[in-house]
Design a protein. Structure first.
Length: 113
């Protein structure tokens, strides 16, 4: 089995981007992005693009021999915007550590060169 290095993951994700004619942008987050992956780690793939294309998520998940979590950036943003609005309307502090905000800080986008 191929070792799951950042370079190998990037190569596979570039191939998937190519397959979908670059209609999506893919990134890596979590332990594989920050270099702390272990044998028990899952792979967090961020998808920026058409969230109605479940075939893209299935392609990504079937390309790796480990658990893959696919996170759609637009859906995370909508959830985050809704929560921010709720907080504002109820005089609550905005959550600066939401999944969306954390991913935006940590994601490493796959280079399309």
């Amino acid at each position: 089995m191929q070792e799951l290095t950042f370079a190998y993951i990037s190569k596979i994700l570039k191939q998937i981007e190519d397959k979908y004619h670059h209609s999506i942008k893919l990134g890596i987050a979590g332990s594989y992005a920050n270099g702390r992956a272990t044998a028990e780690s899952d792979l967090d793939v961020i998808i920026d693009g058409d969230s109605m294309r479940l075939d893209i998520a299935e392609d990504i998940k079937s390309s790796f021999p480990i658990q893959v979590d696919t996170l759609w950036l637009d859906l995370l943003k909508k959830e985050d915007d809704d929560m921010d609005l709720f907080c504002k309307e109820n005089d609550l502090p905005i959550n600066e550590d939401s999944v969306y905000k954390t991913i935006r800080k940590e994601v490493i986008w796959i280079d399309k060169k």
